[in-house]
Design a protein around this ligand. Structure first.
Ligand code: SAH
Length: 408
């Protein structure tokens, strides 16, 4: 049962008791309170009900939204006891998120950018991306569903977009106990893919069938960095190219001898080919449908060599239990790549697994460097573009790691 936000009692809230041994889990104001760290109340609060988090001595800690169906039982919204989670609070936070993005405004940012980034904007479970005149809401928390109308209202007030659509991905739906969905809340699906500009290139964003909310905005500035560090006449390999982000940016900004771009998704590659022709770059890039390990192993066996290699695999560690396995896969990927890099070649290696820390990722790379007996000179340690800020209280928001290195 969902409760309309304004019908909630705002003064007497149900209390959720934090288990005493889990003091550390909230001491840094982390916004996720896991089911395993609390003592459940005698009767279960509804999805999206506002609850008070208290300690064993019933000392008030913070206030959040409850979801009985999620491992993240409470998503914290405030640590100030005078503040309640009302439409007004949600709208104020939306305003604050939008105000930050207005400060980033320049040519490319205006067209396509992330307006709201969940915990990093103190709106745990809400992501909003803007593609030209279309907004895409991605809900990753069922507890925010009762606020959907007020979110749409505020977004409409600020942007007057042609459409606002809602996406609930299958994986999220499963972990939050909700239905996966993809529907338009305002306006119609655009007949044609939406056209945006990024890094001097034109991009088509498919709002109906694209991955994530359409494209990977977080890598925007890293694509330019990859181009910046690619030397003239380089032979380039782009692993997990999706719709051509890194390859096309490098092709646009550098004179390369050859670019090979690999992805397992034929659909993504079709779109990449269209982008190449849209930007008059066809013929500069060879698109290859393959699994990344297969492709790298085959190329290494054939003694191929490259001057720049980009590695941008999908999230390899979805949960804490998968961290070691993911680090093993990152090691293997980077090992195969480094063995194919010419001396002084550029490696652009990324990880979008929030569970893998920057330290772990660096250690992985150090391990590979030792194994191949080549020095790795770090040129830039990068993250997501600034429309994806990260918050100290939630290290998972610093999820994207992008190391640009010269391999000697
Ligand atoms: N570099 C891209 C984003 C990559 S997202 C950009 O700049 O926009 C990760 C990509 O990995 C997706 O396109 C997905 O189709 C691809 N992928 C997933 N598993 C793969 C595999 N086993 N082999 C090759 N590609 C894979």
């Amino acid at each position: 049962m969902l409760i309309e936000p304004e019908k909630r009692p705002v003064t007497v809230l149900r209390q959720i008791i934090l288990q005493s041994q889990n003091k550390r889990s909230f001491s840094g104001h982390h916004p996720w309170i896991l089911a395993s760290s609390i003592i459940e109340p005698a009767s279960t609060p509804a999805v999206g009900e506002q609850v008070d988090l208290v300690n064993y001595e019933t000392k008030w800690i913070g206030r959040g939204l409850y979801n009985p169906n999620s491992r993240i039982r409470v998503r914290m919204f405030t640590w100030d006891s005078s503040e309640f989670i009302t439409k007004d609070l949600i709208q104020k936070r939306l305003d604050r998120a939008i105000q930050l993005r207005s400060r980033l405004a320049n040519g490319s940012h205006q067209q396509a950018l992330r307006i709201v980034f969940s915990e990093a904007d103190q709106l745990s479970g809400l992501v909003v991306d803007k593609y030209a005149e279309h907004l895409v809401i991605q809900l990753t928390s069922a507890a925010l569903m009762p606020f959907l109308d007020c979110i749409v209202e505020r977004l409409f007030h600020h942007y007057r977009p042609l459409s606002i659509s809602l996406q609930v991905e299958e994986r999220t739906a499963k972990s939050e106990g909700m239905q996966p969905e993809s529907r338009f809340l305002i306006g119609q699906p655009p007949e044609e893919p939406v056209l945006i500009e990024e890094n001097g290139l034109q991009w088509h964003v498919d709002l109906k069938d694209g991955q994530k909310t359409g494209t990977y905005l977080d890598q925007r500035d890293n694509r330019l960095a990859a181009a910046r560090w690619t030397q003239p006449d380089s032979r380039v390999l782009d692993i997990c190219c999706y719709v051509g982000g890194f390859s096309l940016t490098i092709a646009k900004h550098c004179k390369t001898s050859e670019i090979i771009a690999v992805d397992s998704s034929e659909r993504a590659l079709e779109s990449a080919r269209r982008h190449a022709s849209l930007n008059q770059l066809e013929g500069r890039i060879t698109w290859e449908q393959a699994d990344f390990f297969d492709s790298l192993s085959r190329k290494l066996d054939a003694q191929e060599r490259f001057d720049t290699i980009v590695l941008d695999p999908p999230r390899l560690a979805g949960s804490r239990d998968h961290i070691q396995r993911a680090l093993g896969a990152y090691h293997k990927l980077n090992y195969l790549a480094m063995r194919m890099l010419n001396p002084g070649g550029t490696l652009v290696t990324c990880s979008c697994s929030g569970r893998v820390s920057r330290e772990d990722f660096r250690d992985m790379l150090r391990g590979v460097s030792t194994r191949v007996n080549r020095e790795v000179q770090i040129l830039e340690e990068r993250g997501a573009a600034p429309d994806h800020p990260s918050c100290m209280s939630c290290p998972e928001t610093d999820y994207l790691k992008c190391i640009v290195a010269r391999v000697l």
